[in-house]
Design a protein around this ligand. Structure first.
Ligand code: SAM
Length: 279
């Protein structure tokens, strides 16, 4: 069957290179190239952009990104077994795919990319949240990337876009939404992957805002939010007691009832409180 790029279908690639999925590397592969091209399109216009891909595996999403016109893809893969398959893709797209063997948690990827760049990845679930937090907390804002289009377990995607009053609302929602526009771009059933995971997945698209939505010191905001959600069933006057002296008065000054709980508080109100705590 003809593929989007003339390279062999992914099932053949996997068979030819003996790429049986390894659970400890979070390997759930996408083998439908129409689907990977669709995910690539969720990242918006790729022409004129470098793309960082973490965990290309046998290269399904990599091929989607190249077919959708990415200027250049830099792909970091920990499993050396995948490198020959990825080398075939690189050979079919001269100068457009650089494959780096290694652990994405240990490589300074930013220096490998030329702005403007985006991140698009079907992430290994065991490192996905850690990488997201790193991309969201660079030394300076705006960050070097313009958008992140990432596959997560559906439950994590729900926590990223959650709004106050929901069970999923917490530190991750506040961290993301403070400096990004975030939405779920696509949900996928287990059968979309080989082997199928136990849970549903979702692609989240995050666009970096030029500046945080509301002013606040990042460290103080993180401290307030962390303390509030560590004991999320407690009233804020109790859970935030260790954050600053006279916390009840500070909560009131921020327009927050000291008897309310963290999950009821909007991002804007948390930022107000962080400014008051910072003095
Ligand atoms: N992108 C491919 C796809 O969509 O079919 C594979 C996705 S699979 C969910 C995750 C990939 O990340 C695997 O190929 C795995 O070997 C790789 N991986 C796991 N941990 C990694 C790490 N720390 N750094 C880089 N790659 C990693």
């Amino acid at each position: 069957m003809a593929t989007i790029d003339g390279l062999p279908p992914l099932r053949e690639v996997i068979a030819a290179h003996g790429l049986s999925a390894k659970k400890q590397l979070g390997q759930n592969f996408l083998l439908d190239l129409n689907l990977t091209a669709k995910i690539a399109r969720r990242a918006g216009d790729l022409a004129g952009h470098d793309v960082l891909e973490v965990g290309p595996g046998p290269g399904g999403l990599t091929r989607g990104l190249l077919a959708e016109g990415a200027r250049r893809v830099v792909a970091v893969e920990k499993d050396a077994r995948c490198l020959p398959a990825l080398a075939e893709i690189a050979a079919a797209h001269p100068g457009r795919l650089q494959v780096i063997e290694g652990d994405a948690l240990e490589i300074d990827t930013a220096r490998l990319l030329t702005p403007p760049w985006k991140v698009v990845a079907n992430l290994p679930y065991n490192v996905g949240t850690e990488l997201l937090i790193r991309w969201l907390t660079p030394a300076d804002w705006p960050p070097p990337w313009s958008s992140l289009t990432l596959m997560f377990q559906k439950e994590v995607a729900d926590r990223i876009v959650a709004q106050p009053g929901s069970k999923a609302y917490g530190r991750l929602a506040l961290l993301v939404q403070w400096r990004c526009e975030a939405r779920i771009a696509m949900t996928l059933p287990p059968e979309a992957f080989t082997p199928p995971p136990k849970i549903h997945s979702a692609v989240v698209h995050l666009t970096a805002l030029p500046e945080p939505r509301f002013p606040a010191d990042a460290k103080v905001l993180e401290r307030v939010v962390k303390a509030g959600f560590e004991q999320r069933r407690k009233m804020l006057r109790a859970s935030l007691r260790g954050v600053a002296p006279d916390i009840e008065a500070k909560l009131e000054a921020a327009g927050i009832a000291p008897t309310s709980r963290a999950e009821e508080i909007s991002l804007e109100a948390f930022c107000r409180l962080a400014r008051i705590v910072a003095g």
